[in-house]
Design a protein around this ligand. Structure first.
Ligand code: ADP
Ligand code: MG
Length: 271
């Protein structure tokens, strides 16, 4: 059993605090949804968990089975079993999908033998055409292809904890169903790459729509508005968000979502 524990997390960029105290505990096999409007701090949360450069941690802790995640580099976090499915997957010209995964295997001390077969099986189950395995990572992939490819990496690497940053954005209905079903299956106990039975992957599914959560059923829903968790509950909370909107939870903070960010300010016309 693996536990990802986020306690009192405060983080920001430059002098601006974005997350003002987040507490979430995810265990193996659990699906936790973090729902919030644009600008709530969802990508900041995923970036801070994975150690994306550019964020300052201002307080609180993140641990994986008691080990201090914040003290680790991003590659160390990946080797410890954390995996981020990015909202906007990076294009990497010159590096094929299968090369990237062979490197990921090597970093884990595994030979790439059998990887080819595994990749083809997983690609088929996720509905990604095999020719994408030979193409440069994410270069000229459509939105749906990028997310299928992200899901492929998750399925092949089988981390202990997966953070999905808007897996549903840019996905059509079919791709959404294929990707979320594959993730759902990974949350059940399954064989690891050595054929040993292991606990299901713990999932932190970040989204602003409830449609993802129709396929990937959450055990717990956390509503994130203005950098803090304003409501928590079971799957039914996603339906409440759908019908009432985020403003119903924290009217005074939701307004802030339209406020110009620090970066926008730089380009704002004078006056
Ligand atoms: P979400 O993913 O929920 O839409 P983000 O975490 O991307 O929200 O952003 C939260 C807030 O922090 C937004 O107001 C955004 O403009 C701001 N922000 C995020 N990253 C940066 C950055 N690098 N520089 C300045 N502002 C940022
Ligand atoms: Mg985001």
């Amino acid at each position: 059993m693996t536990t990802l524990e986020i306690r009192g997390l405060r983080a920001g960029v430059y002098n601006r605090e974005i997350l003002t105290g987040i507490d979430i505990i995810v265990k193996s096999g659990e699906v936790h949804a973090v729902m919030g409007p644009n600008g709530a701090g969802k990508s900041t949360l995923s970036g801070v968990i994975m150690g994306k450069p550019g964020y300052d941690v201002l307080g609180g802790t993140i641990t994986l089975d008691g080990t201090d995640v914040l003290a680790m580099s991003t590659p160390e976090r990946a080797l410890a079993g954390l995996h981020l499915v990015m909202q906007y997957p990076t294009e990497v010209p010159g590096v094929r999908v299968l090369d990237a995964l062979a490197e990921a295997f090597a970093a884990r001390g595994r030979s790439a033998e059998g990887l080819d077969v595994l990749l083809r099986e997983e690609a088929a189950s996720i509905g990604l055409e095999e020719r994408f395995l030979e193409r440069a990572l994410n270069v000229d992939f459509s939105g749906g292809e990028k997310k299928r490819n992200e899901t492929l990496q998750l399925a092949v690497l089988r981390p202990r904890m997966a953070i999905l940053d808007e897996l549903d954005s840019g996905l059509d209905i079919d791709a959404l169903r294929d990707c979320s079903r594959r993730v759902e299956a990974l949350t059940e106990p399954h064989e690891d790459l050595d054929g040993n039975l292991v606990d299901g992957v713990g999932v932190l599914a970040i989204t602003h729509y409830s449609r993802l959560l129709k396929e990937l059923r959450p055990d717990v829903v956390h509503v994130l508005v203005g950098g803090r968790i304003v409501a928590e509950g079971g799957p039914e909370l996603a339906d409440t968000v759908e019908s009432d909107g985020y403003a119903a939870f924290a009217p005074e903070v939701v307004e802030r979502e339209d406020a110009p960010s620090t970066l926008d300010d730089l380009f704002a016309p004078p006056g």
